[in-house]
Ligand binder design. Structure first.
Ligand code: NAD
Ligand code: UD1
Length: 347
């Protein structure tokens, strides 16, 4: 009996493989490598000192998925596979709806056909209504969702609704939806990490590429928010802590206890917000490098403050974050400085 890890070659997936292996779980990775490299799998193999079953394929390909379910007798799924760039999703919404929503539907159909009914799904804090995120942080799981600002966010919201309907229609399905806040950092070995294509959109890869000299300076989007230093505040979560939340979610789905809610919906964050300037200062301290920055106009669609109430994760999953802002920055730096071009030699 194995767990299928869709998108397991990606940033969060690759880190989760290590924690699953440490917890004794057996798994198979299914990934079309559209936003990742097989090198991440090779490096995870080195860390866990065990070969990984890897199948290259697209979750929209039911035939290929079905084969994998039969071959490995899959009994549960962690579904990371999806596209995640907000700006790309605005330019190409159909691709995002197809990849994320159709991909999830096909996966669910194959799961149902193979009587595999346990699923952990990667959702995002982006599903919360913008006005609530802006004005009512910390965000709690029962806050309203769906008033999202871009197609990427809508794919996550729609999938959450699909999963709710599925659980109502078939009581055997046991589903955990994890709403991630802002994943950053890397494995402490510095051999795997986040490897964005082109110019990074997210803060941490931009900071680390600036520190390593690939970017001249960081543009800080807005210095006039109502925060302690005027820059945007977010709930950054170390990717290894996040990876561990998946192990806890699987333990929960596998336990004989009655599920508290189905689907179970849980925020995965630290519950603490840091500003852009806080992140720059922490990064400079642990790396010993300067991160030149300029305060520029606010980024369209950004909000001032967003962080989680993470108490429910502790209550139902017995999970809480352990790593500090210094760990997040130190591990990002280790990955970036050891691999200035990510997994590719000539980026
Ligand atoms: P990632 O791009 O590094 O990993 C996603 C993986 O899925 C990649 O390896 C990619 O090749 C694969 N993939 C994409 N479409 C596929 C398809 N149709 N079939 C098979 N494989 C496919 O992204 P990540 O940061 O590891 O994110 C993982 C999941 O978590 C995504 O669903 C993302 O939306 C969600 N999420 C990420 C963040 C974040 O900030 N990183 C925040 C909230 C939620
Ligand atoms: C973004 C996405 C969100 C997604 C999340 C995690 C947008 C509008 N939202 O959110 O849907 O779930 O990433 O992947 O893209 N910043 C700078 N300079 C930069 C980059 C960022 O100042 O070059 C600031 C931002 O204004 C923000 C903070 O850093 O205050 C974090 O930004 P980012 O990493 O992009 O995450 P989110 O904005 O939270």
């Amino acid at each position: 009996m194995k767990i299928l890890i869709t998108g397991g070659a990606g940033y969060i997936g690759s880190h989760t493989l290590i924690e699953l292996s440490n917890a004794g779980y057996k798994f198979v990775v299914f990934d079309n490598l559209s936003n990742s490299s097989k090198k991440s799998i090779k490096r995870v193999e080195k860390i866990i000192k065990t070969p990984i079953f890897f199948e290259e394929g697209d979750v929209r390909d039911k035939k290929a998925l079905n084969k994998v379910f039969k071959k490995y007798k899959i009994d549960s799924v962690i579904h990371f596979a999806g596209l995640k760039s907000v700006s790309e999703s605005v330019q190409n919404p159909l691709e995002y709806y197809d990849n994320n929503i159709v991909g999830t539907l096909k996966l669910l159909e194959v799961m149902k056909k193979n009587n595999c009914k346990k699923l952990v799904f990667s959702s995002s804090a982006t599903v919360y209504n913008e006005v609530d995120a802006q004005n009512y942080t910390p965000l709690k799981e029962n806050f309203p969702t769906g008033v999202t600002t871009n197609p990427y966010g809508r794919t996550k919201y729609f999938i959450e609704e699909i999963l709710k309907d599925l659980c109502l229609s078939d009581l055997k399905f046991k589903i955990a939806i994890l709403r991630y806040f802002n994943p950053v950092g890397a494995h402490e070995s510095g051999t795997i990490g986040e490897d964005p294509n082109g110019i990074p959109n997210n803060l941490m890869p931009y900071i680390s590429q600036t520190a390593v000299g690939k970017r001249e300076f960081l543009s800080v989007f807005g210095g006039d928010y109502l925060t302690h230093d005027g820059t945007g505040v977010r709930d950054y979560i170390h990717v290894v802590d996040l990876a561990n939340a998946h192990v806890k979610a699987l333990n929960y789905l596998n336990s004989k206890n009655k599920q508290t809610a189905n689907p179970l919906i849980v925020n995965i964050g630290t519950g603490v917000g840091y500003s852009v300037i806080d992140m720059i200062k922490a990064f400079e301290k642990v790396s010993g490098k300067k991160v030149p920055y300029k305060i520029v106009q606010r980024r369209l669609g950004d909000i001032s403050t967003c962080y989680s109430d993470s108490s429910y994760a502790k209550e139902v999953l017995n999970w809480e974050s352990k790593k500090t802002i210094d760990d997040m920055c130190a591990d990002s730096w280790k990955w970036q400085s050891n691999n200035p071009n990510g997994y590719s030699k000539n980026k």
